[in-house]
Design a protein around this ligand. Structure first.
Ligand code: XMP
Length: 326
């Protein structure tokens, strides 16, 4: 029988056996999946686990602080924060192709982990056990959609499945790979994680890097971060966080349109609001959200983010659209 208690007990036992006295590292993305995977592995092996948070510069506003403070407060986990934003920006320079971006971000993630591993080993001294394992919050839908296992066509490479390099140094621990999102949330609650973490809306590992259609630059990231923060603020204020599965804000960086802002002509970029309703992200419908909330978001973004002069609404279901634009 499937119960969250059974899942936790089984996984804890399996992880203990797999890891033995070795050490593991876990990448935290700020999302539900990696947080629950980390909490599960921590329950199994305690301080043999060190979490690594890679700040790739593609995070949303406030996200890094949330991981550094809230997650550590909730779990007591050992955390190493790596600021790798320059490295990611450099690797992404000149790249517009979505799959190429995903592969680059996936590859850089692993390289940064490998460095972190070396540092963690060095810090543990000569007597330290080797870091042999990498914990990942891969879910069942991630595997299906990356074409793993079922023969489905490859839709997009989730950074934590299709994007892994072939010369990976670690053995993987993926305790959530048979679960759907709602089950992961239940497991997180069972592990005592607070609602702010467990009920968080999904956010993709490659972050804002796949929400800029076009090349990723620091200026564009800053702009999108502001627009995204405004949308999130207004959705929360309207009490829509639970009703909406997630609401990507997408910057069409290579598109410009003419508008009128303040005293004169503007020639700025559009952002797309992509509010979706879903059970498991495998299929989704666009959320019929209140017009007045859409109006507030639109007014605020065009007033507060100077380079954005148009806000448009994505009214496409999945399929045929995916949730993210890339
Ligand atoms: P799509 O765009 O495929 O997204 O309809 C389905 C769900 O997955 C999230 N997503 C990702 N999550 N790594 C992740 O951890 C990824 O590379 C990734 N790509 C998409 C997306 O936000 C949605 O919830």
């Amino acid at each position: 029988v499937w119960t969250t208690t059974n899942v936790v007990d089984e996984q804890v036992a399996a992880i203990r056996e797999q890891v033995g006295s070795a050490r593991a590292i876990c990448g935290l993305s700020g999302g539900v999946d990696s947080a629950v995977a980390a909490a599960l592995v921590q329950k199994a092996i305690g301080d043999q686990l060190t979490c690594v948070y890679v700040d790739h510069g593609l995070m949303r506003k406030g996200e890094t602080e949330q991981v550094e403070k809230d997650f550590v407060a909730a779990t007591g986990v050992q955390l190493k924060v790596v600021d790798a934003s320059e490295r990611f920006l450099k690797a992404l320079a000149g790249v517009s192709d979505p799959e190429q971006k995903r592969k680059i971000i996936g590859r850089e993630f692993i390289r940064v982990f490998e460095q972190a591993q070396a540092e963690i080993v060095a810090e543990s001294g000569a007597a330290g056990e080797p870091v042999k394992f990498l914990v990942q919050g891969t879910l069942y839908p991630d595997i299906v959609e990356s074409g793993g296992g079922t023969g489905t066509a490859n839709i997009k490479s989730h950074h934590n499945v299709g994007g892994l390099p072939e010369d990976l140094e670690f053995e993987l621990i993926e305790p959530l790979r048979q679960l759907f999102k709602d089950e992961v949330r239940a497991v997180g609650a069972e592990l005592g994680l607070p609602d702010e973490i467990v009920q968080r809306q999904p956010f993709p590992g490659p972050g804002l890097g796949i929400r800029i259609v076009g090349e990723v630059t620091k200026e564009r990231l800053d702009l999108l971060r502001e627009a995204d923060a405004i949308a999130r603020e207004e959705l929360t204020a309207a009490g829509l966080d639970r009703e909406i599965w997630q609401c990507p804000v997408v910057l069409l960086a290579d598109v410009r349109s003419v508008g009128v802002q303040g005293d004169g002509r503007s020639y700025g970029h559009p952002v797309v609001l992509r509010p979706v309703s879903s059970e498991d992200a495998m299929t989704a419908d666009w959320t019929r959200m209140p017009y007045d909330v859409l109006a507030r978001i639109s007014t605020r973004i065009t007033n507060e983010v100077a380079e954005v002069n148009r806000v448009v609404l994505d009214v496409t279901s999945k399929p045929p659209g995916t949730i993210e634009w890339e």
